[in-house]
Design a protein around this ligand. Structure first.
Ligand code: BYC
Length: 329
């Protein structure tokens, strides 16, 4: 008797739990359908939470790893003005990383854990930062193309269904716009400068163009997460849609800069009202993701060193917080 009653109670409890979950799920689906924001304390499917942490962590990691290629030129900037601008930009990127790690923390994933996953290769960062910055013109090409691609990808993220991510993106996009313009202005000066400067600008664009197109991720038919992320309104557009949008913006800008894009198949398609462009080398993309790009090893080892060398700062901040009765950072 007692056992049957216990079974009944367990079954009833399970049915009650399932009913509650179904109600939560219906409320979540309705909020997404109505374009309302999901906030940290709201119920959300485990897979939604996991996918957001995955994307936001990758995004945060990209921001802080992305400081390295440009920081490489701070000491060699050609003027005080250029040095001050570049330092401000690299600092902004550290700030973007912090907004994004904080936003990821609202989902219950600590910064230490995310950094550990980055340092041990269990989480990715953008493929673009595994390419070297060989000349000063690369700073301009990164600003124009890499930040330009980033804005194209990130403006729709301001309407992401998860509130803290969407709000972080508003400020990030404003700062990215400034970054893009400084890159464009730098390249314009070089392009209109001496023949050597023009050649340096052209060489940088030749090297950064294709990797910039890869930033948008694999083609739609190979994108593992796009369909679900779009259904959840984390992503608002597919990888290929955003890549096309970027090409359509970049072509007239290249013309205004007096530089060419390294793609013989690039031409206006009257029927589509968009530019056709050549085939992307996806083998190169997947190879870079596997860790075999020109700078993967260097980027991660420099990041690990920076983290180790910063240990005393974290310890000091924790000691200060403990002394003043605040929660340790
Ligand atoms: N590089 O199913 P998919 C910046 C991965 S920061 C490396 O299409 P999803 C800046 C993808 O994670 C730029 N990995 O994925 C900073 C997935 O692997 P997992 C970073 C890539 O998430 C400083 C697999 O491939 N921006 O701009 O639907 C200075 C399959 O892909 C890449 C962001 O992170 C890549 N390029 O779409 C200047 C923006 N592409 O997770 C500039 C936010 C794909 O299954 N992120 N993968 O192991 C996004 O919008 C999306 O995550 C992506 C990919 C469009 C990147």
């Amino acid at each position: 008797m007692a056992t049957a009653a216990a079974h009944r109670t367990t079954a009833e409890a399970q049915a009650g739990e399932a009913e509650r979950t179904a109600a939560y799920e219906a409320a979540f689906d309705a909020a997404v359908a109505a374009d309302e924001r999901i906030e940290p304390r709201d119920w959300m499917p485990d897979a939604y939470r996991a996918s957001l942490v995955r994307q936001m962590a990758q995004h945060a990691h990209s921001e802080i790893i992305g400081m390295q290629p440009e920081a490489n030129w701070i000491t060699r900037a050609p003027s005080l003005r250029r040095k001050a601008i570049l330092m401000a930009k690299v600092q902004d990127e550290a700030g973007h990383g912090l907004y994004l790690y904080s936003a990821a923390e609202t989902l219950g994933t600590g910064r230490e854990e995310l950094l550990d996953k980055l340092h041990s290769g269990r989480q990715k960062y953008s493929s673009i930062f595994n390419y070297p910055t060989l000349t000063w013109a690369d700073v301009g090409a990164i600003g124009w193309l890499v930040d330009g691609a980033a804005i194209t990808n990130q403006v729709p993220l301001c309407r992401c269904s998860y509130g803290p991510y969407a709000r972080a993106m508003v400020r990030i996009c404003k700062e990215e716009s400034f970054h893009q313009r400084q890159g464009y202005e730098l390249l314009l000066h070089l392009s209109k400068g001496t023949p050597e400067q023009h050649a340096m600008a052209q060489d940088a664009v030749d090297r950064w163009w294709w990797p910039s197109l890869m930033m948008f991720g694999p083609p739609d038919d190979e994108s593992a997460h796009s369909a679900q992320s779009m259904a959840w309104k984390i992503k608002r557009h597919s990888n290929d849609e955003l890549r096309q949008r970027f090409v359509d913006i970049a072509v007239p800008q290249a013309e205004a800069l007096g530089l060419t894009l390294p793609d013989p198949d690039l031409r206006w398609n009257e029927e589509r009202g968009q530019y056709d462009f050549g085939a992307i080398d996806w083998d190169e993309f997947w190879n870079v993701l596997k860790g075999n790009g020109p700078c993967n090893e260097q980027r991660i080892s420099q990041r690990r060193t920076a983290h180790e060398e910063g240990a005393w700062v974290r310890e000091a901040a924790s000691a200060y917080a403990a002394k003043h009765g605040k929660a340790a950072a």
